[in-house]
Ligand binder design. Structure first.
Ligand SMILES: [Zn+2]
Length: 360
């Protein structure tokens, strides 16, 4: 069996395929990767490794391993390939992509001297227009030339393929993938699944991320002036800390999540009890924080009170709850009720509270 597989891996009839050739012993040899026992236990056993290698061989374009250097722009798809960012533009500019007339247009068909030629099926709203501006900025410096576009591997600085880097990449993706599979399989609305994907992969368009792509506006949080990272928006900004503190109090948690890593490592472990319930609860908190941030950063609308964010989250929970299984629905309704009554109590106290003495 292994001989058949390895001869298969060595085959390859175009230049492109040479990128994917792997010595089977190397793929199977975990010795150098002592810390990555996970590969043996589930990647190997479930033959996921083989699946991945298959996918790389067959359809590397859709995978995150390949990125393109654009020259004449004739073989790279504008929205679907990875070329200007480290993710496809369809994911970075979801709203625009959904409205774009030609989803699989090639770069040379729509980029000309740093300008974009593109038509949309529907009119663009305010958020789309903002994104359109960002997209224009991104391509402003693109100049096509006569040379062929070239694929390259993202793993290594030299862009040379190596088994070791591929191994590392697959392990990382393996963990993320397994987690993401749960999210894709869940009954969350599609845009929330995509949002969770972007969050888990640290790909949200935060100020700091936009700055890396030559964004002209400030990369600082508009509320507290800290660099605006994913962790900041979702965990450490004062708005986020307030929201998490409320949940911590209302649901009697020991503590609040501190960062995305903390969150993924200890709050929503794969295989934990009530996984779907937690996923829905946390997704609505994260989505509530993210949309609040966008309202503020893009539309300039500040919440009147930090509790507005709680009501927003509550509304999401109510809307999405019906998608859960009956028993989970009941559990979620219960949690939601606890948070709501805590918030109402909090507001009452806030209203009845006399001003601080030094204020008078
Ligand atoms: Zn902040």
């Amino acid at each position: 069996m292994d001989t058949i597989r390895s001869s298969f891996f060595w085959r390859g009839d175009s230049d492109r395929d040479k990128y994917h050739m792997i010595k089977w012993e190397n793929v199977c040899l975990p010795k150098d990767f002592g810390g990555l026992g996970i590969i043996n236990t589930w990647v190997m056993n479930e033959s996921l490794l083989l699946k991945w290698v298959w996918r790389l061989l067959q359809n590397s374009r859709d995978d995150k391993g390949v990125t393109f250097s654009v020259n004449n722009g004739r073989s790279v798809r504008f929205w679907q390939d990875v070329w200007i960012l480290d993710i496809p533009l369809r994911l970075a500019f979801l709203g625009l992509y959904e409205k774009a007339e030609k989803k699989s247009c090639l770069v040379h068909e729509c980029v000309e001297e740093g300008e974009l030629k593109m038509s949309f099926r529907r009119t663009l709203n305010t958020v789309d227009m903002q994104n359109w501006e960002n997209l224009l900025q991104l391509v402003a410096n693109i100049r096509l030339n006569e040379a062929e576009d070239t694929p390259k591997w993202m793993f290594e600085k030299s862009n040379q393929y190596s088994t070791k880097s591929m191994y590392r990449w697959m392990t990382h993706r393996g963990v993320v993938n397994k987690r993401m599979r749960r999210v894709w399989d869940s009954r969350l609305p599609m845009r929330i699944k995509v949002f969770m994907w972007l969050t888990f992969n640290n790909r949200l368009q935060t100020g700091v991320e936009l700055k890396k792509r030559k964004w002209k506006d400030s990369h600082l949080c508009g509320i507290c002036g800290c660099p605006e990272t994913t962790d900041h928006i979702l965990f450490t900004c004062c708005v986020a800390r307030f929201v998490w503190a409320c949940f911590t109090e209302a649901l009697a948690w020991d503590r609040a999540p501190r960062s995305l890593n903390d969150f993924l490592d200890t709050w929503i472990l794969l295989g934990c009890r009530d996984y779907n319930l937690k996923l829905f609860l946390f997704a609505s908190v994260l989505w509530g924080l993210w949309t609040t941030r966008n309202k503020r950063a893009i539309e300039g609308k500040f919440p009147r009170s930090p509790t507005d964010v709680l009501f927003k989250i509550h509304a999401f929970l109510q809307r999405w709850r019906v998608r859960l299984r009956n028993e989970d629905q009941a559990k979620l309704a219960n949690l939601e009720g606890q948070v709501r009554s805590w918030t109402e109590e909090f507001l009452l106290q806030l209203r009845g509270r006399p001003p601080d003495e030094d204020f008078l």
